[in-house]
Design a binder for this molecule. Structure first.
Ligand code: NDP
Length: 288
């Protein structure tokens, strides 16, 4: 039997529509959610991401402030702009599109953003808060995966008590993903490039989350029958077509549910960024 497809496009649209409605109520109370978006240089993929984020703001009813800086911008200049935005009462969230040009230290930039405006959830204070179970901004992609699990399959996916295997341990996906699944009471295993017997480890999973960046590396040999398979990977296959880390065609024949690429995790990342902006505005206006 073929797996149920978890539709990230549909679920992300639901989240954006919910935010749109809540934002209209905030506006009636005189609060305008404002996101400052900083892009340094002209990387084509980054330009597309920034455009999509600004479009989402427009759709929901947020104000977006755009700072498009030349690739020659120095680290000092960028840090100065972040400092100004940190101190502006009418800015709720600050997003610096990564990657940055090589001469700018990304960690210094992440550390410079006020944790209360860090809507990407990358600041060490927010990562630490997640780790010890306090509230804070959560990295958007793993937060989006949790929403897919909670809202997909008509809310029937059980997380608590289940075996979850995450393949990948990056700071922006794998590690926060493992902490979120732990918070949801899953039994969590994190696999990585040094993991032995990856197929066997993955086969233990009731919920398998692939965040590696290698086209089609998760095959049917990695998947237990009926498992929920979430594919975070965004790759190009040999024909230049967008694809995930999971061999979708063969895995969908044995999984219970699966996310496609494109149209799975991808759209959720922007929806969760928008959710973090809304939460930031509530916090700044003492409405939480
Ligand atoms: P990174 O390159 O930072 O991390 C990749 C992880 O995969 C590492 O932990 C690495 O292990 C592990 N890995 C590499 N090879 C293997 C292997 N053969 N077996 C097991 N584990 C392996 O990538 P990201 O976390 O940033 O991104 C992962 C994927 O998700 C990419 O395709 C990226 O494009 C996509 N992505 C998608 C987003 C979305 O919105 N849908 C957002 C962010 C990312 P080790 O630590 O040992 O090196």
């Amino acid at each position: 039997m073929s797996a149920t497809i978890i539709d990230g496009k549909l679920i992300s649209q639901q989240i954006k529509d919910e935010l749109k409605e809540k934002t209209a109520h905030l506006k009636e109370k005189g609060v305008e959610v404002t996101l400052a978006v900083i892009l340094v240089g002209e990387d084509p993929a980054s330009m597309v991401y920034v455009r999509n984020k600004k479009r989402a703001c427009e759709y929901i009813g947020y104000k977006s402030l755009s700072y498009e800086l030349p690739a020659s911008t120095t680290q000092e200049e960028l840090l100065k702009l972040i400092d100004e935005l940190n101190n502006k009462d009418d800015v709720d969230g600050i997003l610096v599109q990564m990657p940055l040009p090589g001469h700018i230290n990304e960690k210094a930039v992440i550390d410079a953003i006020s944790p209360s405006k860090d809507v990407d959830g990358f600041h060490p204070m927010n990562v630490g808060a997640l780790c010890i179970g306090e509230s804070g901004f959560v990295s958007c992609t793993p937060a989006g995966v949790i929403q897919l699990l909670k809202r997909g399959c008509e809310g029937k996916i059980q997380i608590a008590g289940k075996e979850c295997v995450i393949v990948g341990r990056s700071n922006i996906v794998g590690k926060p993903m493992s902490l979120l699944m732990l918070r949801e009471n899953a039994t969590v295993t994190v696999a990585h490039s040094k993991t032995e017997n990856l197929e066997e480890v993955c086969k233990r999973a009731d919920i398998l989350i692939a965040a590696v960046g290698k086209a089609g590396m998760i095959t049917k040999n990695h998947v237990k029958e009926g498992a929920v398979v979430i594919d975070v990977g965004i790759n190009r296959n040999s024909e230049g077509k967008l694809c995930g880390d999971v061999d979708f065609a063969e895995v969908k024949e044995i999984a219970g549910a699966i996310t496609p690429v494109p149209g799975g995790v991808g759209p959720m990342t922007i929806a969760m960024l928008m959710n973090n902006c809304y939460e930031a505005a509530l916090m700044h206006h003492d409405m939480k």
